[in-house]
Design a protein around this ligand. Structure first.
Ligand code: G3P
Length: 215
């Protein structure tokens, strides 16, 4: 499975987010590999409605319903047919106590991919946490064109996979080649979380198909 994080890159503004999501859908159908776009809250409903595909958010807030202005609610997202979300991404961190509180009342069947940036977190506050997915993403490698989590942190990937035998572990940060994906899978990752190599590529369709064919 591949989660493509659109972030808020200019390449995903306006109709371009729909076009990129359409590419995710087309390559997923062609390769039979699940490819989920994690998109801006401003784009999710349109993509869901127009393409009928599974779509995730990049973040949700801790107040799920009520007198809270400007929040992005997982409950409201779910009511609109949005299937899940990243949570605690390096670029949108939450306090461990907040994350734990959120998971206590998490909407049933709303998918959660908890982002962790170090092995230390798996041995402290994230030790007994139970999201549907874990994504290991060392912040320093996010956006890198030369180095990736697969080539730079193979031992950490292996250890995190071992820490969560019952939770699929994904990896991300700097993934930019077939080799990176193959290495990640060999180390026990069940999927990848990727952004710039796809979103900012002049040929995202070709690149995404190449990576999907590694699974
Ligand atoms: O959420 C995925 C993202 O943080 C990784 O970014 O550009 O290194 O693929 P990138």
């Amino acid at each position: 499975m591949i989660v493509v994080n659109f972030k808020i890159y200019e390449e995903t503004f306006g109709d371009k987010s729909l076009e990129l999501a359409r590419i995710c859908q087309e390559i997923s159908r062609k390769t039979k590999i699940k490819i989920i776009p994690a998109v801006s809250a401003l784009d999710a409903l349109r993509i869901r409605t127009e393409l009928g595909m599974e779509v995730w958010l990049q973040n949700v807030d801790e107040v799920f319903e009520g007198a809270k202005s400007g929040a992005v609610s997982p409950l409201q997202a779910q009511s609109l047919g949005i299937s899940g979300t990243l949570i605690n991404h390096s670029e949108n961190r939450k306090k461990p106590g907040t994350i734990k509180k959120m998971f206590k009342n998490w909407p049933k069947d709303f998918k959660s991919m908890l982002c962790l940036s170090s092995l230390g977190q798996t041995e402290s506050w994230a030790k007994n946490i139970k999201p549907e997915f874990i994504a290991y993403e060392p912040k320093s490698l996010i956006g890198s064109k030369e180095k990736s989590v697969a080539t730079e942190k193979p031992e950490v990937i292996k250890k995190i996979v071992e820490k969560y035998p019952k939770i699929p572990v994904f990896v991300g940060a700097g993934i930019h080649s077939v080799k990176d994906v193959e290495m990640s899978l060999k180390l026990g990752a069940k999927g990848i979380l990727i952004s710039s190599y796809i979103v900012k590529n002049k040929n995202p369709k070709e690149r995404l198909e190449e990576l999907a064919r590694c699974f």
